[in-house]
Ligand binder design. Structure first.
Ligand code: BES
Ligand code: ZN
Length: 626
């Protein structure tokens, strides 16, 4: 495997003795951009390697221990290294040369409500190591500690992290910027009966059975540091793919994700070798706030995609695709987030097309474009710009489908304008030339100039990149997916609404999840309770346990005050914590006084079970922020 450590980029900027690591030639066009979301100052002194030592304390609900950083210092820079911290209790700080550190005074800057506190550590000439002894606190948003009742098995507690976008600083003092990459070694001590997993190479347990070791040999940004601890079992799908989950979930998960190895092979055929050795998947307990998180070597996934029919496995294609777009080539700042997500959606659909055929990927693309258009109606125009201005904001607050689906549509319009062959070559060289680097939107534009725009466009007018990247909304000539299946569902929905076909004559037994979703979304917002009751009587939709269909149906049920679905709504809001499902449902409930009362009564009971990220979102919807 080729290894280009972060030191390569550093070599351009720092006078650094790159002695022990292989260093390839500095990559041209690299940009060192300032990241407004980090209080650290990597241009002065940059972290390059961490030695993490954690003990996992389920009684106190904290990780405690230390992180020791090796630092690359800029020539002539100030004699300090600055780290991000938030909601951490710092016990002591030391600095020095490797193996001989001495205590230094604690210099923790005042707290910024979103970005936390800068920790400034003095370095005497020649010193390049710092150590921080600390513990995490319950005020941090990066870890969720689950009681046994919050797991499937209900017998053991569970811990998991979620560091993207800027929560890593609540887990460890670090330079919490996607533009700073480092390698790490970790030792994790856990109570007996529990297994720690990290998004890293697993080196196994010591003879005590409670001390586990990990190493991450590829340089990663802080948002890809991840840990989970629980009682888990494993099933191997191929020599490099393993499914981890609670014991009672692992079999269903292994069945659902059985095509993962085939996906990796399709992905490699498209954009080059998989460079992370293993691709494992951990299915988390239901409070995991996202669908998936592309933690390197160990994707984290929600159990709500276990639909028992493999219909929601686009999520795996997506997180896998991040092994190239995002993890190999990373957005330089959160304003370039579309480089991670738009590329990944494009890549995800190419994997689906290669594996299941174009009809499937076009169906997903068609549904997604409609959703994007709907969502954009309610967004601030500034939040519909790809190169989004996030100054002073938590990136979580601006989260939407725009970087995903508008980003996808931009890449698709480039593919359509220049042809698939030229565009694939352009993406392949993007990943190869920038592997293990962080890159900005402007870097990508320069890459397009060099690799794609040297070809004549196959259609006129060509793509207006400036409009795509810097203007609000969707360009009028944005591509549209062609899906005969979706068009047919639209036709049937129109017939149904016009009263020309009854629910029992709809060909629903042949429908995929996506056709179901389109049908429900095609019904008018004014569809009333009586109409939902007729549909339900014929099609038993309230009984569906497909999470996507269920969410769509419950949204319609709230709008129509359709009583028979309310028990299912309450159950859905209390049994899983995926923000994508909670947010629209609570938002819809909050639109009427009765709905809001219902929402508050449920939320009061379940809030403590939701992840901090979901709590923040729902607090805002229900007006509960302090
Ligand atoms: N990296 C994202 C999740 C994320 C984004 C976490 C921003 C925190 C901040 C992940 O790859 C993702 O996009 N997940 C989606 C699923 C996907 C199929 C679109 C999700 O969780 O819904
Ligand atoms: Zn993603």
């Amino acid at each position: 495997m080729s290894k280009r450590f972060s030191l390569c980029a550093l070599a351009m900027v720092f006078s650094l003795g790159c002695t022990s690591n292989p260093v390839s030639a500095p990559t041209e066009g690299a940009s060192l951009v300032h990241d407004h979301h980090s209080l650290s100052r990597p241009s002065e002194a940059k972290v390059v390697h961490a030695v993490i030592d954690w003990t996992c304390d389920f009684e106190q609900k904290c990780l405690y221990g230390s992180v020791t950083w090796r630092v690359a210092r800029a020539e002539g820079g100030p004699g300090v290294v600055t780290l991000d911290t938030k909601a951490l209790t710092i016990e002591s700080v030391a600095a020095g040369r490797e193996g001989s550190l001495h205590p230094v005074p604690l210099d923790l800057h005042p707290e910024h409500p979103v970005f936390g506190r800068a920790l400034v550590i003095p370095l005497a000439p020649g010193e390049d190591h710092v150590r921080v002894d600390y513990r995490t606190t319950s005020a941090g948003s990066g870890l969720q500690w689950l009681s046994p009742e919050q797991t499937a098995e209900r017998t053991h507690p569970f811990l998991f992290s979620q560091a993207q976008a800027i929560h890593a600083r609540t887990i460890l003092p670090c330079q919490d910027s996607p533009g700073v990459r480092f390698t790490y070694d970790a030792t994790v001590r856990v109570p007996s009966a529990l297994t720690p997993l990290m998004a890293a190479r697993q080196l196994g347990a010591d003879s005590d059975g409670r001390t586990f070791r990990f190493t991450m040999p590829e340089p990663i940004p802080s948002y890809l540091v991840a840990i989970a601890v629980g009682r888990v079992a494993a099933a191997d799908l191929s020599p490099r793919v393993r499914i981890w989950a609670e014991p009672s979930v692992v079999e269903a998960a292994a069945w659902e994700f059985a095509e993962t190895e085939a996906m990796i092979q399709k992905a490699e055929a498209l954009y080059g070798p998989y460079r992370w050795e293993r691709y494992d998947i951990l299915v988390l307990p239901p409070s995991f706030p996202f669908g998936g998180m592309e933690n390197p070597r160990l994707t984290f996934a929600t159990p709500t995609v276990l639909a028992k029919d493999r219909s929601l496995v686009a999520l795996i294609a997506h997180e896998l695709a991040h092994s190239w777009s995002g993890n190999l080539v990373t957005n330089a700042t959160w304003s370039d987030f579309w480089l991670n997500e738009g590329f990944t959606v494009y890549f995800e659909r190419r994997i689906l097309e290669a594996l299941y055929g174009r009809a499937r990927s076009e169906m997903e693309a068609s549904l997604a474009k409609n959703e994007l258009i709907d969502e954009m109606k309610d967004l601030d125009p500034g939040d519909t710009i790809l190169k989004i201005d996030l100054t002073g904001r938590d990136p979580d607050d601006a989260f939407s489908n725009v970087p995903y689906e508008k980003g996808y549509l931009l890449l698709r319009s480039l593919e359509e304008a220049y042809g698939r062959e030229a565009f694939d070559a352009c993406l392949r060289t993007w990943f190869d030339e920038n592997a293990f680097q962080s890159r900005s939107t402007e870097d990508f534009l320069a890459h397009l100039e060099r690799t794609l725009f040297v070809h004549p466009p196959q259609s006129e007018p060509s793509v207006d990149l400036h409009e795509w990247i810097h203007h609000a909304g969707l360009p009028a000539d944005a591509p549209s997916a062609q899906s005969p299946e979706i068009a047919e569902v639209d036709r049937l929905a129109a017939e149904y609404v016009a009263g020309r076909v009854g629910p029992e004559t709809l060909p629903t037994t042949k429908w995929t999840t996506h056709e179901w979703l389109r049908f429900l979304r095609a019904l008018p917002e004014t569809t009333d309770s009586a109409a939902l009751a007729r549909l339900d009587a014929a099609l038993k939709i309230t009984e569906s346990r497909n999470s996507e269909i269920r969410m769509q149906w419950l949204l319609m049920a709230i709008r129509a005050s359709y009583g028979p679905a309310m028990a299912s709504l309450e159950d859905f809001l209390s049994s899983q914590g995926r923000r994508k499902f909670l947010k629209p449902l609570y938002t819809e409930l909050a639109k009427t006084p009765e709905g809001k009362t219902f929402a508050l009564s449920i939320y009061r009971q379940v809030r403590a079970r939701y992840h901090p990220i979901a709590q923040t979102t729902i607090d805002a919807i229900l007006g509960l922020q302090n």
